[in-house]
Design a protein around this ligand. Structure first.
Ligand SMILES: Cc1cc2nc3c(=O)[nH]c(=O)nc-3n(C[C@H](O)[C@H](O)[C@H](O)COP(=O)(O)O)c2cc1C
Length: 354
């Protein structure tokens, strides 16, 4: 297998094995959550340099589920047009394009809304608890995800990715630490996966058979075996593609540094690939900052696709470095692209390139 080999996801041909991981541009949107020219150019540039699949950053399905007030949205029809410009820009360069749909849940930014989640649990300070969602709120939230997916389809996206990791709402339903429910959305693996599995069914019904439904899932929650059981539920519900990252709880002695050229988070995707081989394509992510590692993962059949986050932030032409050993600007592995006080920060690698 080579990085330049195409792959079929659901019924869509993706031209190669390099995928752009969702990475929020915190300062690009305004309070209306609409796409700006900066977003369009950001994604166009990465598509132009050959990335096979672009997953547009976490996008809020309701205004209260945003990370911050400058977070991209798809909660109303007026936001569709801007997204159409992103999909056209990517399709002009034959890149497949998905969009990640998200709600922050108990991690709500107080400037945007109340912390809600599967259960009332502490949100940092023990005095502050999230509010447990009523069953009708759960159903309404599933509709918000489905409506956002339908808007994504209208905007020309080839599919969506549910944000099911990194401690946000879907992940909060999966984790026993944040989901203490005793109804059909809590308890067993099947019940904890139900919130997302039902969303997958609803999106499939609304957006059709050809629409790619991917889940970015926690590869460990709290252990790899349980995380795989959860992903099995997603696949049963109709998920076409698994992109594997981290979750809330990490309690598994089988995961750690083991002398491999990739890190433990990346190893989760590799283990999922082994488990789901021949059924759904699997992507790994984290710490793939050098072309040689991207090639190693594909050429040794360790995963189906490799997700690139910071490598593509630091250099939009990183894909060309993977394909043809072109020179590139390496990510400095510093935290300056992350959300934090004093935003917006500027990626120093990007600054050096310009
Ligand atoms: C600036 C920034 C924004 C991010 N935004 C998202 C996001 O929207 N959704 C998501 O699932 N992960 C997000 N992540 C995590 C990345 O997708 C990726 O998993 C992480 O950066 C590790 O991969 P890397 O080593 O290739 O960067 C973000 C990471 C960074 C650095």
């Amino acid at each position: 297998m080579k990085v330049t080999d195409p792959i079929i996801i659901n019924r869509t041909g993706v031209k190669n094995r390099l995928t752009m991981a969702p990475t929020v541009k915190f300062d690009y949107a305004g309070a209306d959550g609409k796409v700006t020219e900066k977003h369009i150019e950001h994604y166009r540039e990465r598509a132009m340099h050959g990335c096979g699949l672009i997953c547009v950053e976490a996008t809020a399905v309701t205004p209260d589920g945003r990370f911050c007030k400058t977070h991209l949205g798809l909660w109303e029809d007026g936001q569709i047009e801007g997204h159409r410009a992103i999909t056209s820009a990517c399709h002009d360069h034959q890149a497949t394009v998905l969009i990640q749909l998200n709600h922050t849940g108990i991690q709500a930014n107080p400037e945007c809304g109340t912390a809600i989640g599967p259960s009332a649990v502490s949100i940092g300070d023990p005095e502050r608890l999230s509010r447990e969602m009523h069953i009708d709120e759960i159903h309404r939230m599933q509709e918000h995800f489905t409506e956002a997916a339908f808007r994504a389809k209208q905007a020309g996206y080839d599919g969506i990715q549910l944000h099911g990791c990194h401690g946000y709402l879907i992940n909060q339903f999966i984790s026993r630490k944040t989901n203490l429910r005793t109804d059909e959305y809590g308890g067993s693996t099947e019940n904890r996966a139900r919130f997302a599995s039902e969303i997958i069914h609803m999106i499939r019904e609304r957006c059709g058979e050809d629409f790619i439904i991917s889940v970015r899932t926690a590869g460990i929650e709290p252990d790899v075996a349980t995380a795989m059981d959860i992903a099995e539920e997603y696949v049963k519900a109709g998920c076409d593609y698994l992109q594997v990252s981290t979750g809330i709880e990490w309690d598994d002695p089988t995961v750690g540094e083991n002398g491999e050229p990739y890190n433990p988070i990346c190893s989760l995707g590799i283990r999922f690939h082994e488990h789901f081989k021949g059924r759904v394509p699997v992507s790994c992510v984290n710490g793939i900052l050098e072309p040689a590692l991207a090639k190693y993962l594909i050429e040794n059949d360790l995963v189906d696709t490799v997700d690139l986050g910071r490598a593509l932030l630091a250099d939009p032409a990183f894909s060309e470095a993977v394909f043809s050993d072109a020179p590139y600007t390496k990510c400095f592995n510093c935290p300056r692209c992350q959300y934090g006080p004093g935003m917006p920060h500027r990626c120093p690698a990007e600054a050096k390139r310009n």
